[in-house]
Design a protein around this ligand. Structure first.
Ligand SMILES: [Zn+2]
Length: 412
């Protein structure tokens, strides 16, 4: 204990104003509407306890959590401007091997610490600025074992989920905290999607449907709704995913309609898809390939997410997003089967690009087949569109009711 106390006393020095502070130029004045500026960084301690301090031009909010394999600590902060000394983060000290920082989304920056061994976050907080010192973000780490580390990762993961939608960005700050549902009518513009025998175009059918669905979800008053397109414009697949992630979506629903080529038999009914690298069957694989072709049609080279963002977020994804997507798919199935015909195997998965947001539960609904006479009749009927949109709105509400209740009890 004595060693520990002494060690912390030493670390406290890092926080104290040192003699050279008076000679350092003051942090640039920040007007209320500019981003905070990170101006300096310090590390102290050893492999038992390590302290990280970062100076900011003004106080910020933070959210810290841990990731395993490799061991990392992540701190999410509002969007800031990093004006740190060159090579900052390249080498570490004690429990911190190295650290990275940067913008990960509109309104959000992130610090990622690579750990030398498992560590727990003892403290993570921001100290108010004083007359003589800037605001300081302080992270205290203490060595722990793998089992304890993994246990904490599981708790952090749950808390991160409960925090959605992200409330730290300047755009959403102090405003609407209702969960955001992003509706994604497929195709648009020069990409018409699939086509019915009478010239009915998928892009029109799904936009009309998504608008009805939007109205219904908004009418509950419980959710915000954002559409990836509201008119006949082309939106690349990667942009659709980005729109959802940048806005802090809590749920992503892509709307499409399918068709079978002439002479390849008949198929009918709605299908609900989640993301998987291995398709459930050859038809699912064919469909994913067809839908993913949207970007080829418009000549957009889609490389997907920037690597750094994907790398950082992928762990979160693996843990929970997939299971939430599947939960929502089951809710959809339950509601839709009461009002519309479903495909003989209505729940499937395949590698749809538009479902690849690593941190947003995402589902793709194929409303039916324009190549099937009965389905097409439904797809263009007001009555069918309304009641099917009702059922999906119901499923969205059911999903959030169950999901938010679970998050609350888990946080206790
Ligand atoms: Zn489509």
């Amino acid at each position: 204990m004595a060693v520990r106390a002494a060690s912390w006393a030493f670390l406290a020095l890092l926080l104290a104003v040192d003699a050279s502070a008076a000679e350092r130029p003051a942090a640039p004045p920040a007007s209320a509407d500019s981003f905070p500026v990170a101006t300096d960084v310090r590390l102290g301690g050893d492999e038992a306890q390590t302290r990280f301090v970062m100076d900011f031009s003004r106080k910020i909010e933070l959210h810290a959590f841990t990731l395993a394999d490799p061991y990392r600590v992540v701190i999410d902060i509002p969007q800031v401007i990093f004006q740190l000394p060159p090579k900052a983060g390249e080498t570490g000290r004690g429990l911190i091997k190295a650290f990275r920082f940067g913008l990960v989304m509109q309104g959000g920056s992130r610090l990622v610490f690579d750990l030398a061994k498992p560590a727990r976050i003892e403290k993570a907080f921001v100290v108010d600025p004083t007359d003589s010192a800037p605001a300081r973000l302080v992270l205290d780490l203490a060595q722990t074992d793998r089992e304890a580390f993994l246990h904490k990762v599981a708790i952090d993961s749950r808390a991160a989920r409960a925090d959605l939608p992200r409330a730290d960005g300047p755009e959403s700050k102090g405003s609407d905290s209702r969960p955001l549902v992003v509706l994604d009518p497929g195709h648009g513009g020069i990409d018409i999607g699939t086509k019915g025998p009478g010239g009915e175009e998928e892009k029109d059918i799904v936009l009309n449907f998504a608008q009805r669905l939007r109205d219904r979800v908004e009418k509950t008053g419980k959710y915000r709704v954002l559409m990836t397109r509201t008119d006949d414009t082309f939106v690349p697949l990667g942009d659709r995913v980005r729109i959802a992630r940048d806005a802090g979506a809590a749920l992503f629903v892509s709307i499409h309609a399918d068709s079978l080529p002439h002479g390849e038999g008949d198929a009918q009914g709605a299908s609900i898809y989640t993301l998987s690298d291995t398709a459930t069957d050859s038809e699912a694989a064919r469909l994913a390939e067809k839908e993913n072709r949207a970007d080829v049609i418009a000549g957009v080279d889609l490389k997907g997410e920037p690597d750094d963002v994907a790398g950082i977020l992928i762990d979160l994804a693996e843990r929970e997003t997939k299971s939430f997507s599947v939960q929502f798919a089951h809710k959809l199935l339950g509601e839709m089967k009461a009002v519309t015909r479903l495909h003989k195997t209505p729940l499937k998965s395949a590698g749809f690009r538009v479902l690849r947001a690593p941190d947003v539960p995402s589902v793709l609904v194929e409303l039916g087949y324009v190549s099937n006479r009965q389905d097409l009749q439904s797809l263009v009927s007001d009555n069918w569109r309304n009641r099917t949109a009702d059922s999906i709105a119901q499923a969205i509400d059911g999903y959030f009711s169950a999901h938010l209740a679970g998050a609350r009890s888990g946080a206790n």
